[in-house]
Write a protein that binds this ligand. Structure first.
Ligand SMILES: Cc1cc2nc3c(=O)[nH]c(=O)nc-3n(C[C@H](O)[C@H](O)[C@H](O)COP(=O)(O)OP(=O)(O)OC[C@H]3O[C@@H](n4cnc5c(N)ncnc54)[C@H](O)[C@@H]3O)c2cc1C
Length: 266
C-alpha cells in the first residue's frame, strides 16, 4: 500500500488529481477498517492541513472547515447558540476518543446510511465546498450525496461547510441500544423555520436523505395519523439488520415524529 503525505492544500489537490482512487486520511476512524480488510491501494494523508480546521461566524452564516473534529463542534459556542441541532447530534456521536479524531468531512465522505452528522446538516440546508486542481465549487449537501456510497465528487477535496443562521425550532433524537459508542438504530432530525418543516434521519434508507413526503404533509397542516404513516412509508426503506427490524424502525420513527410535533406545537 502506497502512503503519501500532503504537506499543503495545494499538495493535497495535486495528489488527489494524480491518484484519484487513493483514500484521503484524517482521523482514519473509517479508513483504518478498510485498510484492515485490504481494501486500500493507497492513502493521501491530510492530517497536516490545519487550515481546514476552524469554525467561523459571519453575519448570517457559520462556516465549518472540513477537517474540524466532532469534539470541536461539540464545544463550539457559535454552533451551540446558532445551530444547536448540530451540537446535539455531535454529542451523541461515538465516544469522546473517536470524537477527538473524527472529522466532519470524513463522516460525510464515508456516506454511511448511519452517519450521524448528515441528517442535521441536511435539515439545515448546508452547502459544501469542494476544491480540485480545476478550481472550487459549492453545492447543497442534498445534491452532493446522490446514492448509496455515491457522491457528486470528481478528484476533489471537501474544504468546508456553510450553514445559514436561521430562526427555527428543532428536534433531534438518536435511538440505539446503549448510551455510548452507539451506532444508530435510527435517528430523526427535524427543524421548523419560516419555510416550514425540514426532516431527515439516519439508518432509514440506503443513504441519508430528506423526507420530502412528510415535509409536504406537515406543511399542509391538514393531516391525521394515517397520513403520517403513509408519508413515512413513502419516505423510508429501512433494511432489517441485526441492529433492528424494518417494522421496529418504522414504528419508532412514527413515535418520534409525534413527539417532535408535540414539542413544536407546545
Ligand atoms: C469505534 C467507532 C465508533 C464510531 N461511531 C460512530 C457514530 O456513532 N456515528 C457516526 O456517524 N460514525 C461513527 N463512526 C465512524 C467514523 O468515526 C466517522 O465516519 C468519522 O467522522 C470519519 O472521519 P475521519 O476523519 O476519521 O475520516 P477518515 O477515516 O480519515 O476518512 C473517511 C472517508 O472520508 C474521506 N475523506 C476524509 N476527508 C475528506 C475530505 N476533506 N474530502 C473528501 N473526502 C474526505 C476519505 O477518503 C474516506 O473515504 C465510528 C467509528 C469507529 C471506529
Amino acid at each position: 500500500m502506497k502512503y503519501l503525505i500532503a504537506k499543503s492544500l495545494k499538495d493535497a489537490i495535486e495528489l488527489r488529481e494524480k491518484y484519484p482512487d487513493f483514500f484521503l486520511l484524517f482521523g482514519a476512524s473509517d479508513v483504518a477498517l478498510k485498510i484492515k480488510k485490504n481494501q486500500v491501494d493507497g492513502i493521501i494523508d491530510i492530517t497536516h492541513l490545519k487550515e481546514l480546521s476552524y469554525i467561523t461566524k459571519h453575519k448570517n452564516s457559520i462556516t465549518i472547515g472540513a477537517l474540524t473534529t466532532i469534539n470541536t463542534i461539540v464545544s463550539n459556542s457559535y454552533i451551540n447558540e446558532f445551530t444547536p441541532i448540530l451540537s446535539e447530534a455531535s454529542k451523541e456521536f461515538a465516544s469522546h476518543q473517536i470524537r477527538n479524531i473524527a472529522s466532519l468531512a470524513g463522516n460525510i465522505a464515508n456516506t454511511s446510511p448511519v452517519a450521524d452528522m448528515i441528517p442535521p446538516l441536511l435539515v439545515l440546508n448546508t452547502k459544501i465546498t469542494l476544491l480540485s486542481v480545476k478550481g472550487e465549487r459549492t453545492l447543497f449537501l442534498k445534491d452532493f450525496i446522490i446514492g448509496f456510497k455515491s457522491l457528486d465528487i470528481d478528484n476533489e477535496i471537501i474544504t468546508s461547510f456553510e450553514i445559514e443562521i436561521q430562526k427555527s425550532q428543532y428536534y433531534y433524537k438518536k435511538i440505539g441500544s446503549r448510551a455510548k459508542l452507539n451506532i444508530a438504530k435510527l435517528s430523526l432530525a427535524m427543524l421548523k423555520n419560516e419555510d416550514g418543516y425540514h426532516i431527515s434521519g439516519a439508518s432509514l434508507n440506503p443513504y441519508v436523505q430528506r423526507f420530502t413526503n412528510l415535509e409536504t404533509l406537515l406543511n399542509s397542516e391538514k393531516y391525521n395519523d394515517t397520513d403520517i404513516q403513509i408519508a413515512i412509508e413513502k419516505d423510508i426503506s429501512p433494511s432489517g439488520s441485526f441492529r433492528s427490524t424494518k417494522e421496529y424502525r418504522t414504528k419508532v420513527l412514527f413515535n418520534l415524529i409525534q413527539d417532535a410535533l408535540k414539542r413544536f406545537n407546545r
